[in-house]
Unconditional design. Structure first.
Length: 93
């Protein structure tokens, strides 16, 4: 398994509790596809550097994980389908 870091920006229209539930859902997606989440940093609601989907703010989450390339592909697919996710990026460390 390889180490990855994931930056996720969630919609600012969510309540803080809903944003935390989304982070838990992402953790479940990663673990269900064969990955292991070792750390989650919740940065809270922050201003975006530039508007994304006409949004100026978003909830930031940073996940540190171990995963296989196939599990990362499946996690990306499922995150793309989630309407609450504004943007995400997987980086291999």
């Amino acid at each position: 398994m390889r180490p990855y870091e994931v930056c996720l920006i969630a919609s600012p229209a969510l309540a803080p509790e809903e944003a935390d539930k989304l982070a838990e859902k992402v953790q479940e997606i990663i673990t269900s596809t064969g990955g292991e989440v070792s750390k989650v940093d919740r940065w809270g609601k922050r201003r975006l550097a530039f508007p994304i989907q006409r949004q100026n703010e978003g909830y930031y989450f940073i996940f540190t994980l171990l995963g296989t390339p196939s599990s990362i592909v499946e996690a990306k697919r499922q995150m793309t389908l989630a309407p609450e996710v504004i943007r995400f990026m997987f980086v291999r460390q």
